[in-house]
Every structure is written in C-alpha cells, then in structure tokens.
Design a protein around this ligand. Structure first.
Ligand code: UGB
Length: 598
C-alpha cells in the first residue's frame, strides 16, 4: 500500500493483477518509498512484459501451472488411458527408385516452401560459449551451420525453379526463431556475412521470450536469487515457434503468396538437407498435413520416439513421445523392460529428429483455433518424496513436435524414416558427456557431427559409383569414430542425389587419407584417382572437368587435448585439428571450359 505513490497507473494495475493471482509474496519484503523505487518499478514492468508475451497472459500461465503441478504431485501420467504401439510410416532407402522419385517430387515443391529454423536454445548440454549456428559444421572448409543451411535453401530453391520453367522465381522465406540468449549474435552473424547470399528481406528473426519461473506447488512466481526485484525466467521451449509465427502474420502472407509448405528444423544438424527433398516429396505425394522426419532410434538415445497412442475411448494419434517419457510409458503398459532395442538392434519406435513439414493451409486453420499455443508440460525436481518443495524453480515448457496433439482425427499425420547416416548428426553433447555415451549409441558431439558429414558424402559418392576407401577407426576426445575421406561440397555443386549423379562420370576413386573439396557449380569429376588433398573452385559460368591422378601428402587429422587452451574452443571440442600439409588447389575465375587432368 505504502508504495502505491511511486507507481504509475499501469504499474498499479499490474500489481493488482499479481495480488489477484496469489502473488503477494513478491511485495512482502518491499522497503518504504524512497528506497529501491526504480527497482520496484522495474519489477512491475518486467511482469507486464511476461504478461503480454504469453498467450492468455500470466493468469492463464499460472492456472495451467497449478493444474500441471497438481498432476505431477499426484503422479498422474500424461498418457493415462493410452497404449503405445509401433506406428507405420514411409521408410525410404537412399538411392533406390522410390527415393529418387520422391526427391524429384520434393525438389519441385521447394519453391512453395517456407523454412523455419528454431535457434533460441543456448545449448547447455554442449557447453559452447558461442551460438550454435555459428559453429563450423566441419573444419575442412570451416563452413558454419547457418551458412550451410542458407546455401542449401538457396540451391534447392534454384533447382526447384528450374523444374518449374516459365514460372516466376520466388525468394523462399527463412524465419529464424531466436531468444535473448541468441538474438544479437545471430543477427550479427548474418549481417557480417551478407546473409550468406540470401536477400536480407528473405530472412526474418522472431525472438521468443522467456517465461516466469515457479517456486512451489501453488505456482508462486520465483524471484531471482540475486535480485528480489526480478522474477526469475527460463526458456519456454521450441514449441513457442507456432505462436510466434501465428502472431507475426507471416503465415497468411505466405498463403497469399501461394506457398504450400512450412519446414521446421533445428540448429546443429549438418545432414538435414540431404533427406529433406525426398521427405517433402513424401508430404506432397501423400498429402500429409504433418510429416515428421525420423531415423532408426537406439533405445535410450536422447531423441523422442514416434509412437502410435490408442486411448481406451478410441482416440488415436501418431505423436512424438519424448525420450524421458518413453521408458516409463512402456513400463506402465505391459513392457517391463521399458525402452529397449528389439531384434534389429534398434528401438522399434522411430527416432524423432524434429524436422517437421507442415502443410500451410491446414496449419493456418488449426492455429486460427489455438492461437499457436501448444500443450505444455512441467518437470519439477522435488527435494524429497513428499513432493512439497522443489530443488530449484521450475517453469512450463512446450515442444514444437507436440503441435499434432490438438489436431482432429481427420488430420493426415505421417512420418518419413531415412537412414541415420543420411539425415541426422546433431551437435548437442560436450566432449566429457559424449565420451560416457554407452558403446554403440551415437555421441551427438562436435567430433561425431563432423565425422558424419564425411561419412555421408563418402556414402553418397559411393552410391554414385565412386570407389571410396573404407574408413579407419580413431579416438578423439575419448570417442571412437569412423574416419572417412574428408569429402565436402558446396550446395551449389550438388543439393540432391540427382545433382551428384549428374556431376560424377567414369571411373573415380578416393583413398581414405584424401580430402576433396568441390566448391564451384559446374565442376565434373571424371576418371579421377585421388590420394591426397584436392580443392577445386570456379566461377559459375566456368565448366571444369576434374580427372587424372592427384597424389600428394594431403591434410591430416592430428589428435589434440580438449583442454589445451592454446586452441580455439570450436577446435578443442572436436579433439583433433586439421594439418594442411600439401594440396592441389585450383580456382577457375573466368568463364569457359577447362580441364584439370594431371
Ligand atoms: N530451441 C529453441 O529455439 N528454443 C528453446 O527454448 C529451446 C530450444 P535441443 P531437445 O532431434 O535432436 C529435441 O535442446 O529439446 C531450439 C526434441 O525435443 O537441442 O532436447 C534449439 O536451439 C527431441 O524429440 O533438443 O530435443 C534447437 O535448435 C529430439 O528430436 C532445438 O530447439 C531432439 O531434439 C532443439 O533443442 C533431436
């Protein structure tokens, strides 16, 4: 009461709202007017922002929190009444006729797609100090994730326009969801690199806000332990992307522009664009409203399992069950061993890699009803079994893959499984945690993420007829990995399997110790025998044939100590550095036809 005199009418309204919501504890320690007045006002201003950035405001946030906290305390299972079973979906095999067909269909559709990258996460598990999209995806060329994503989108869109002769060329849109943790640095990365070739108008950043933390089962808002005039906040999860897209107005803009698909993807998967065109082809052919990309999943791997859930009341849905919930759900429904591999050596539930293709029209229809809010969950860590106190504050969270939970049974929800080597190699775990991953399970580290790029490119070239030597096994940062030839190409050289096949001719071979970097658009590999390092680049209107025998001391991988502070963090987290001993490097800077044949 005493402090009312220092507050503006709006701040007084906010204060009243807090009292009505049972948040009187926020003001209990307030000193008399004259002390900390600016801080008191700042607290109410912060609450006003928290209130306006959450659909339905803080009243709705606290109401949901109380319900979910009561469920959690009572041990109520969110899957009560549901029985899990293995769903059926489209399973693709890289390079076979059906894959090629779907890829072709998908490429045609790319010009009707919008791309949405969720990049608000700081990557606590990875422990990297920078933003994850700025990390080099591999250290042969040093290309960062964001650069590769943008170049892939541009090349795919160009390939798409070629298929649709006569139609107007569209600048496909890219949205990046950021947060306070990543926004400024993402913008700076884009600006200092000329948006990696995209028009700045093609790219929109949407920043998600954090949500208020909760101190107890009554959903009392938690104050920052170091500042009693600030509510503690934490990220709300990648599910925010739907509400942000809806409120931005972009979805209707896209619809008016004739777009048909929205593709959601994550921040550190260097393989994701290799399977995307075929998966988009599946969406278009099967007319899926929702298509989740998946890979075979190892039991207990930290990726969700795609599961068919059937309720006793007859409801059915195909949905991601998050990795920490799959094991208890299975145990509670007659599978005493929980989340285990079956005879194939994999979990029978396909692994969700959180790349979702949504059909825009039905997506807008659904969001017009829900405003983009996604079913939330809460994960309080209790001090003891009485479940009355928390170890630290908690908050509501939501996941983008839970979008289908509110869809009617008529919605066409499917999924597409491809080989892991082709589609999924995220960089999520720090070196220490990766080294502790049980043998046979993926590391999901910077080391394995980089090796996966070389493996995928080697496997693709093999499928295109190139002889690529088998890998050797090496240990970096305590992780045993297969080291293939370091083969890297720019998306403008090839962004589909069809592109690769059209640029590789004759009898080619690449030894395991080799490095091959192809950067130019019209470079043809023909009768090449490579045992060393070869880097070829050209301007777009040069046509270069690369062949003959190239043999030199090449580039080697040198093991390094992850704690050696003399090296930059992005090198240390891999456990090796690239020694560029000797290479043949050619750049063709003029239009015309050229041949590199030694
Ligand atoms: N992200 C945000 O943009 N905002 C946030 O508030 C949080 C994250 P994580 P997670 O495929 O590898 C997901 O932390 O959530 C972005 C799926 O839930 O890397 O543990 C963040 O920047 C899981 O089912 O992953 O697990 C990043 O781009 C499985 O599919 C993305 O969201 C797993 O990913 C994912 O955040 C996977």
């Amino acid at each position: 009461q005493k402090n009312l005199s220092i507050l503006s009418p709006h701040q007084i309204e906010v204060g009243k709202m807090l009292l009505e919501l049972g948040q009187v504890h926020l003001f209990e320690d307030w000193p008399d007017p004259g002390t900390d007045d600016d801080l008191k006002k700042a607290l109410l201003d912060q609450v006003a922002v928290l209130n306006s950035s959450y659909p339905g405001g803080l009243a709705s946030y606290i109401k949901t929190a109380k319900e979910l906290l009561a469920d959690s305390k009572a041990g109520r299972n969110p899957f009560d009444g549901f029985t899990p079973s293995v769903p059926s979906g489209e399973v693709l095999t890289f390079g076979d006729d059906s894959f090629i067909q779907y890829e072709e269909t998908g490429v045609k559709e790319v010009q009707n797609a919008a791309f949405v990258l969720v990049a608000g996460g700081l990557g606590e598990r990875l422990g990297y100090n920078g933003i994850k999209v700025a990390l080099p995806m591999e250290t042969t060329t040093g290309t960062c994730f964001l650069e590769h994503y943008i170049e892939s989108i541009l090349s795919l869109s160009e390939a798409s326009c070629k298929h649709a002769e006569g139609e107007v060329r569209r600048d496909v849109p890219l949205v990046i969801m950021t947060s306070d943790d990543t926004h400024e640095r993402t913008l700076q990365l884009l600006e200092s690199n000329n948006y990696f070739g995209m028009k700045p108008t093609q790219v929109k950043l949407l920043k998600q806000e954090k949500v208020a933390c909760l101190a107890d089962n009554d959903a009392r808002l938690a104050l920052d332990p170091d500042n009693k005039y600030r509510i503690q906040t934490k990220p709300h999860g990648h599910g925010d992307v739907h509400a942000l897209l809806y409120s931005s107005g972009l979805l209707n803009e896209w619809k008016d522009a004739g777009l048909r698909w929205v593709f959601f993807f994550q921040d550190t998967n260097g393989l994701l664009f290799k399977a995307f065109p075929a998966a988009l082809g599946v969406s278009a052919s099967k007319e899926y409203h929702v298509n989740s990309l998946a890979v075979p999943r190892k039991a207990k791997e930290a990726i969700g399992g795609i599961t068919k859930l059937t309720h006793t009341d007859g409801r059915e849905m195909v949905i991601n069950v998050e990795y920490n919930q799959l094991d208890p759900l299975l145990r509670a429904t007659g599978h005493p061993d929980g989340d285990v591999n079956c005879e194939t050596g994999y979990s029978p539930y396909p692994g969700n890699i959180n790349q979702l293709i949504l059909e825009l029209g039905p997506y807008i229809d659904e969001l017009s009803k829900t405003g983009g809010s996604i079913k939330e969950f809460i994960n309080p860590k209790y001090k003891d079994s009485t479940k009355t106190e928390f170890k630290s504050s908690t908050r509501l969270e939501c996941m983008m893959q839970d979008y289908p939970k509110t869809l009617p049974p008529s919605a066409r929800v499917g999924f597409t499984v491809t080989e892991t080597w082709l589609a999924y190699a995220p960089v999520k775990n720090n070196a220490e945690d990766a080294a502790k991953v049980p043998k046979g399970n993926p590391y999901h580290s910077a080391t394995s993420g980089e090796m996966a790029i070389y493996r995928a490119n080697s496997m693709i070239l093999k499928e295109a007829g190139v002889k690529v030597d088998d890998p050797v096994t090496q240990v970096f940062n305590g992780q045993e990995v297969d080291v293939w030839a370091r083969i890297v190409w720019k998306p403008k050289w090839a962004v589909t399997f069809a592109d690769v096949k059209s640029k590789v001719r004759g009898d080619n071979s690449v030894s395991q110790k080799s490095t091959l970097v192809v950067k130019g658009r019209n470079i043809f590999i023909e009768d090449l025998s490579l045992d060393g390092a070869l880097i070829v680049d050209s301007v777009d209107d040069a046509e270069v044939t690369v062949g003959g025998s190239v043999c030199n001391n090449g580039w080697t991988l040198e093991s390094i100590d992850k704690d050696s502070t003399a090296l930059p963090e992005e090198v240390r987290i891999r456990g090796f550095k690239m020694n560029k001993v000797e290479q043949l490097e050619q750049f063709y800077g003029e239009p015309g036809k050229f041949s590199l044949k030694s």
